[in-house]
Design a protein around this ligand. Structure first.
Ligand code: G
Ligand code: G
Ligand code: NA
Ligand code: MN
Length: 254
């Protein structure tokens, strides 16, 4: 309850920060974009990670205004980076079940795209398969609206939830993000190796991109490259960074 009350105040005061983790093109190692990840800056200056407040925000519906603040800040930041000559960086933003169910979502995104004037095709929403499957018909309608606006959808934490191969064919998605639990024991775990190889092969056949998350070492990276995985994200490249630090990373990675 204390957390809930503090969260309400944080929404009013806009006490959230957006941090960015680079997404890397595995064959070349170049940064192609970033995932926006929310953090809560407390009054004592400390930073509260999403896992400590997203569940409550989700239960109470507060994820809707928080998500709007995150999306707005991230789009403005992406626009600033594009205008500063950092290239066509893709921006990935997470969407939860409650946000998908919120009636105002599409209007909000549409207005935001107009206000910030960012290229919609550079905006990508990460949605877990669990969120999609929790109310399939409603989710499909929202995904189709997002596509109509020119933005893209990636299935997050792929392989961990309850899902159906049927939706990969039917839903307007661009890519799959292989959950880090399948990446962490590469290359020694033969099962994980087979799973990632199969996911990549299936994705190829369906015309989808594959991103591996949780890439922490060179052996994992090389294995993912040899499996023809498109993109990687993880501590090997960089942890999530505050905007200023991310900008320095862009400068040094040229
Ligand atoms: O940044 P970190 O790895 O601690 O994030 C933990 C979890 O919180 C991730 O699963 C991520 O998807 C989720 N998360 C982070 N930022 C956001 C956000 O802005 N909106 C939503 N809905 N989830 C987020
Ligand atoms: O899928 P999700 O949106 O939860 O992923 C983002 C979360 O994963 C963030 O909380 C981030 O801090 C965490 N993360 C990012 N890279 C790595 C990594 O290489 N290893 C591990 N264990 N966690 C990571
Ligand atoms: Na994500
Ligand atoms: Mn994930």
């Amino acid at each position: 309850l204390v957390l809930e009350k503090d969260l309400r105040k944080a929404i009013e005061g806009r006490h959230f920060e957006v941090w960015y983790q680079p997404k890397v093109h595995l064959p070349t190692g170049g940064i192609i974009g970033m995932e926006a990840l929310v953090r809560w800056r407390r009054e004592d200056g400390s930073l509260t990670p999403p896992l400590e407040f997203i569940p409550v925000a989700e239960e109470t519906g507060m994820i809707v205004p928080i998500g709007e603040q995150v999306l707005e800040a991230a789009c403005r930041q992406a626009k600033t980076w594009h205008d500063s000559g950092y290239g066509h960086l893709a921006l990935a933003v997470n969407l939860s079940v409650r946000q998908l169910a919120h009636k105002g979502l599409i209007d909000f995104i549409e207005r935001l795209l107009r206000r910030t004037d960012i290229d919609p095709s550079l905006l990508e929403f990460e949605i877990t398969e669990t969120a999609i499957m929790s109310r399939v018909e409603q989710a499909v309608a929202v995904l189709e609206e997002i596509r109509r606006l020119g933005a893209h959808i990636t299935v997050d934490d792929f392989g961990t939830g309850y899902s159906s191969l049927y939706y990969l064919k039917r839903f307007p998605i661009r890519g799959l993000k292989v959950d880090r639990s399948f990446v962490s024991n590469l290359p020694s775990d033969a099962d994980d190796l087979a799973i990632v190889r199969t996911v990549v092969s299936m994705a190829r056949g369906l015309g989808l991109h594959v991103t591996a998350e949780g890439v922490e070492n060179v052996a994992q990276m090389e294995t993912l490259r040899s499996l023809d995985c498109d993109f990687g994200q993880g501590y090997l490249y960089s942890p999530p960074l505050a905007a200023g630090d991310f900008e320095r990373l862009l400068e040094t990675s040229g």
